[in-house]
Design a protein around this ligand. Structure first.
Ligand code: EPU
Length: 349
């Protein structure tokens, strides 16, 4: 069995997480075909090992080593299905790089995911946190997710509704480890309206001479904005937004607004979403750094591993940030990336 499955031992995971923290996988498997998935699960089960499915590693923190089997999802492949006059379905293997898929679709003349350019990670990880940026979320175009349900041992094709998407949330996020995503399907269109309303994007496009942007121009604008504000994980290790934007009650919001009339806020169907970056910034964290870890100097939501910090160093800093935001604003921030190999944030005081 081990010959058929090229399982490696004691593999360094530093190159497999965008925070670039040191961690070791007891066993490690590069999974290129979905047909081997059940075999890999059986291999781990026979040995009483936990399994961790890893995409681009851009939304997780290794708090320590992983004593089980890490399966790196490397199932590639992209093709078009159901091509009609205006619409087509793009099928992506879980291991496809998300940003390359955006460029591919956009350059092929299809709209729907151009605002999600330059988001790090893989196609298979995209539904887990329902990636979103500049007014668009993955769930706006996603039609189905192919996944193996480890609880029932069945292969499923889950519709968008069945995925129970929310802001940075999904069925997969709420049932960590249960579903292994191998493929996603997106419904894209040649003509649907572009989403240009997000403030940063609107301002950027207004500064360009071309007032009728196409999807490629929007993707390029998003790339330029992201490069200006967010650190490139290849150069400055990070895991994107470290906290979600919290949704607070109307009453809490009214109270906060009295003291902080300039606090950015976005009304929701239930409550008001406030900008975590602004709260953190107000507490003076933007640009903070100690010897190893810090906070990005252009986006306070992004924690950075400057020089050999561990997952524990990152979590300790995140804990201090969360504490100070709670003290100052009474708002408890929720961490966005997942934690593996140890405990999450230190408890609030
Ligand atoms: N702001 C500050 N200080 C900062 C950064 C931002 O005061 O250091 C203020 C801004 O002026 C603005 C507000 O906070 O009024 C919101 O900032 P921004 O538009 O940059 O977006 P965000 O809410 O901080 C979210 C996503 C990002 C996504 C951007 C653009 C979450 C947790 N984050 O950030 O997603 O790129 O919107 O759509 O929802 C990610 O998930 O990894 C990520 C980068």
């Amino acid at each position: 069995m081990k010959d058929r499955l090229p399982v490696q031992e004691q593999v360094d995971l530093q190159a497999f997480n965008s925070l670039h923290v040191a961690a070791t996988a007891r066993y490690f498997l590069e999974l290129r075909e979905s047909t081997l998935l059940e075999e890999a699960l059986a291999w781990a089960q026979e040995r009483g090992l936990d399994t961790l499915f890893l995409g681009g590693g851009s939304n997780l923190v290794f708090a320590g080593d992983f004593p089980g089997l890490v399966v790196h999802m490397a199932i590639r492949g992209r093709h078009w299905e159901q091509i009609e006059d205006d619409e087509a379905t793009l099928v992506l293997g879980a291991g496809e790089n998300w940003h390359e898929a955006v460029l591919y679709a956009t350059r092929s003349g299809y709209r729907g995911i151009e605002n999600l350019a330059l988001i790090p990670g893989t196609a298979g990880a995209a539904p887990v946190q329902n990636i979103g940026a500049y007014g668009v979320e993955l769930c706006d175009t996603l039609v189905s997710v192919t996944a193996f349900d480890r609880e029932t041992g069945q292969w499923l094709r889950l519709s968008r509704d069945e995925c129970r998407f929310g802001y940075r949330d999904s069925l997969f996020k709420r049932n960590t480890g249960r579903y292994v995503i191998t493929e996603i399907r997106l419904r894209l269109s040649r003509s649907k309206p572009l989403q240009l309303g997000y403030r940063d994007l609107e301002e950027y496009l207004a500064s360009l001479p071309d007032r009728e942007p196409d999807a490629l121009a929007v993707a390029e604008a998003v790339m330029a904005i992201r490069r200006r504000k967010l650190p490139d994980p290849q150069q400055i290790p990070n895991a994107g937004s470290f906290f979600k934007n919290p949704v607070i009650s109307e009453a809490e919001y009214e109270q906060l607004k009295e003291q902080h009339p300039d606090m950015p806020a976005y009304p929701q169907s239930h409550g008001v979403k406030v900008a975590a970056a602004w709260l953190i910034d107000q507490c003076g964290w933007k640009g903070y750094r100690d010897q190893k870890v810090g906070v990005h100097n252009r986006q306070a939501l992004v924690l950075i591993n400057h020089a050999g910090g561990s997952g524990q160093d990152i979590l300790a800093l995140a804990g201090r940030i969360r504490e100070s935001v709670r003290e100052r604003f009474g708002v408890v921030l929720e961490m966005e990336p997942g934690v593996v190999g140890g405990a999450g944030l230190p408890p609030l005081a």
